[in-house]
Write a protein that binds this ligand. Structure first.
Ligand code: TRP
Length: 449
């Protein structure tokens, strides 16, 4: 039995919702994943394609998810069921829930590394990123610690748990980033980093660049798996979906662009390789901290705030799956969170061990990626893109246009002016553009297999 809407709780205030949604969006995706993906894809050209993806795909899909969520007041599975009862659309919701657990599993691994780096910075340990991630006695307990923290917050429920954290700490993170950017761009040799980041070289653009940019846009905005459907379900009818979607997308993108501005100048100043991969941020940042007075304290504070940003993101991942178990399976919230965390831990173990600890997991035969890399590629890129295609088709073609429009215009009367553009993007542009990228991906996979 689904829980009646009035029992589900709502956000405490409009700002509370925007901060919580921004908290979900802003996380390791912006500060860890965005810089190394940009670095691997040649810099400025990727940045440009990424920005186009955010505006033309991200914003409309976010509006669609929030609207589906608020209208149905359900978790992703229940939401499709509520709007199209008895149809196969609920499978899209299931895929979202599955994707949520899988992202949570490997995301917690990197979040754990972030926590570890707080202590590593304070202890002035010179150990490399590779040495750190190769140590299972660090990786597993840290991941476990992070999952436990996530559980403790989500247990508290929507308002007390999620909202309170985001309010104070997100602005603080931004402030610290500004300070670090100033140091990074004034390092000697920073100029080459700036031109890498801002002067596009389109010869580096391939089909993979588009999949990476698209996947990164959905990952960073927490789209494609129903996280925003779930967060939208806690919105009140008075809330303004259009403005909220714009605000969240704007701040999320701002932080990602800032992260690039923080990393690339320092990276080039230190003569490091922009295509080094997932370790990038953890290798470059200490370079900046070392050149700042009070760098130890600043470094530790930065990793602490990054861990908090990661926490507000894992909260949303756990919340999706929990909301499904609570709404649809009538499992107590207290129990549901632990069940989901235990599954995420089990899935996360091979990821945690694949970054150097167990050689076989570090390079999966026939796949050419680590287990961690494979999970991130499959769930963090491909599945989110697939989910986004279905969500846009559902919104654009399946759900009655007048109903969706009336839902958005409640609380956002000025949506009337943008409705044709948003509808067009969701009906045609999103499914076709994402479809083309996925088509080429599968063609390459078939050719390679
Ligand atoms: N957006 C978060 C980040 O950038 C990660 C995240 C949280 C996420 N919830 C999500 C990604 C849902 C995809 C779907 O770090």
């Amino acid at each position: 039995m689904a829980t009646a809407p009035c029992d589900r709780g709502e956000w405490g205030s409009r700002a509370g919702f925007i901060l919580a949604a921004a908290g979900s969006a802003i996380g390791l995706g912006n500060i860890w994943r965005f810089p190394y993906t940009t670095g691997q894809n040649g810099g400025a050209a990727f940045l440009l394609i990424y920005l186009v993806c955010v505006i033309l795909l991200g914003v409309p899909v976010m509006i669609a998810e929030l609207t589906i969520g608020r209208h149905s007041r359900r978790n992703p599975v229940g939401a499709f069921e509520a709007i199209r009862p008895g149809s196969r659309w609920r499978i899209v919701g299931f895929l979202g829930v599955l994707t949520g657990v899988c992202i949570l599993s490997y995301y917690s691994v990197i979040a754990g590394v972030t926590v570890g780096y707080i202590f590593k910075t304070v202890a002035h340990s010179g150990a490399s990123y590779a040495a750190f991630t190769a140590n299972p006695l660090l990786m597993i307990p840290l991941m476990l610690l992070f999952l436990a923290l996530t559980v403790l917050v989500v247990q508290g429920g929507v308002r007390n748990g999620i909202e309170r954290w985001s309010k104070i700490l997100m602005p603080l993170l931004m402030l610290l980033m500004v300070l670090l950017i100033v140091r990074s761009v004034t390092l000697e040799g920073a100029g080459r980093g700036l031109s890498f980041y801002f002067k596009p070289d389109f010869s580096k653009v391939t089909g993979k660049t588009f999949l990476d940019a698209l996947g990164q846009a959905f990952f960073s905005l927490s789209l494609g798996m129903g996280a925003m459907i779930t967060y939208g379900s806690y919105l009140s009818k008075k809330d303004d979906i259009g403005t909220s979607a714009l605000c969240v997308s704007f701040f999320d993108t701002l932080i990602a662009v800032m992260a690039g501005l923080l990393i690339f100048p320092a990276l080039f100043a230190a003569g490091m390789d922009p295509a080094a991969g997932p370790g990038l941020v953890f290798e470059v940042l200490p370079v900046i901290f070392a050149r700042l007075p009070g760098g130890t304290l600043i470094g530790a504070a930065f990793f602490l705030l990054l861990a908090v940003a990661a926490l507000t993101s894992t909260i949303s991942l756990l919340e999706v799956v929990t909301a499904w178990l609570v709404d649809e399976k009538s499992i107590l919230r207290r129990r549901a969170v632990w069940i989901v965390a235990a599954i995420a831990f089990a899935f996360g173990l091979p990821s945690a061990l694949s970054l150097g600890a167990v050689e076989r997991l570090g390079d999966l035969p026939g796949i050419g990626m680590s287990f961690f890399g494979f999970m991130d590629w499959l769930f963090g890129n491909v599945m989110l893109a697939v989910g986004a295609v279905f969500i846009s088709i559902f919104f654009g073609w399946v759900w009655d246009r007048r109903a969706s429009r009336a839902e958005i215009e409640q609380g956002c009367p000025s949506y009337r002016k943008c409705a044709p553009a948003v509808t067009y993007l969701l009906k045609f542009f999103c499914p076709i553009a994402i479809g083309i990228v996925l088509f080429f991906l599968f063609r390459d996979l078939v050719a390679a297999g």
